[in-house]
Design a protein around this ligand. Structure first.
Ligand SMILES: Cc1ncc(COP(=O)(O)O)c(C=O)c1O
Length: 262
């Protein structure tokens, strides 16, 4: 989230009640600036740290700056419980309320009674047990993700038109997804096709939310950067922590050998 665009959005929509900040690809948003703006406007801040468990902003975990933080334990995340996630907050009263809603809004009564709409969002004890086990390997996973990024940088970094996602001076990333942009003759579609031929999955960088058809009818405030990255060249490379050196070499060889040095 661009702090500058956020300021502009508040000028346009001063009635806004909450801001959702997303930490993308294992990097963190500029939380000092964003929190300062949000405090000035007295709004709740929800951090979407689904992709950034293990990432620090100026030495503090992402997801712990705002009023609430959310994490994902979906199968593609740095640790997983197979599915589900976690809501964190320092506000015990609000967490208790969230837990109440998440467990079907059951009133304090011997019989089943509901005075409010509820949801069945609870995490089972089995899944929670898997999550506690996974948390123990988080540091190892971050180290492996970093290894994968360094491998790609070493092998692909010197190629014409290839640039790796930069990180900011405040970041201590979890390196969740190794991403590049392509500005030379080789286009993202060439990379997707070459990898697909070898049965290797890769993807474009995320389509910006305001370009999603569902959000067509809503306004957007921004600087055009996410559009540019999406339209001109963002590629997410395979980054799973189970990848072996042979797997990484196969990806690199398919890209480098197949497209640059054919
Ligand atoms: C930034 C971000 N927010 C939210 C989600 C959704 O998480 P989940 O799949 O656990 O609902 C994801 C990933 O899937 C994500 O990358």
């Amino acid at each position: 989230m661009s702090p500058k665009a956020l300021e502009e959005a508040f000028e346009k929509y001063p009635e806004v009640k909450a801001v959702v900040v997303v930490h993308l690809y294992g990097l963190s948003a500029d939380m000092d600036k964003i929190m300062e703006i949000c405090k000035k406007h007295n709004v709740a801040v929800i951090e979407d740290a689904a992709e950034s468990l293990g990432t620090y902003y100026k030495g503090k975990h992402t997801g712990t700056f705002g009023d609430y933080g959310i994490f994902s334990f979906n199968g593609n995340k740095i640790i997983t419980t197979s599915g589900g996630g976690m809501l964190v907050s320092n506000n015990e009263e609000r967490i208790a309320k969230a837990r109440f809603w998440a467990t079907q809004s059951r009133d304090q009564a011997r019989h089943y009674q509901h005075s409010e709409l509820g949801f069945n969002y609870r995490m089972s004890n089995v899944v929670a047990g898997i999550g506690r086990g996974q948390l123990k390997v988080l540091d190892q996973r971050v180290a492996k993700k970093n290894y994968i990024l360094e491998f790609y940088k070493r092998e692909l970094g010197g190629l014409e038109g290839v640039e790796f996602m930069p990180s900011n001076e405040w970041d201590e990333p979890n390196y969740w997804l190794s991403s590049i942009t392509l500005t030379g003759k080789v286009r993202p579609i060439d990379v997707f096709n070459a990898l697909e031929t070898e049965n290797i999955e890769s993807r474009p960088v995320w389509k910006p939310m305001h370009l999603q058809p569902f959000f067509d009818k809503y306004d957007f405030v921004g600087e055009g950067i996410s559009e540019k990255l999406f339209e001109n060249g963002g590629v997410c490379l395979p980054s799973d922590t189970k990848m072996t050196d042979e797997d990484l070499e196969r990806v690199v060889e398919t890209i480098k050998g197949g497209l640059w040095f054919k």
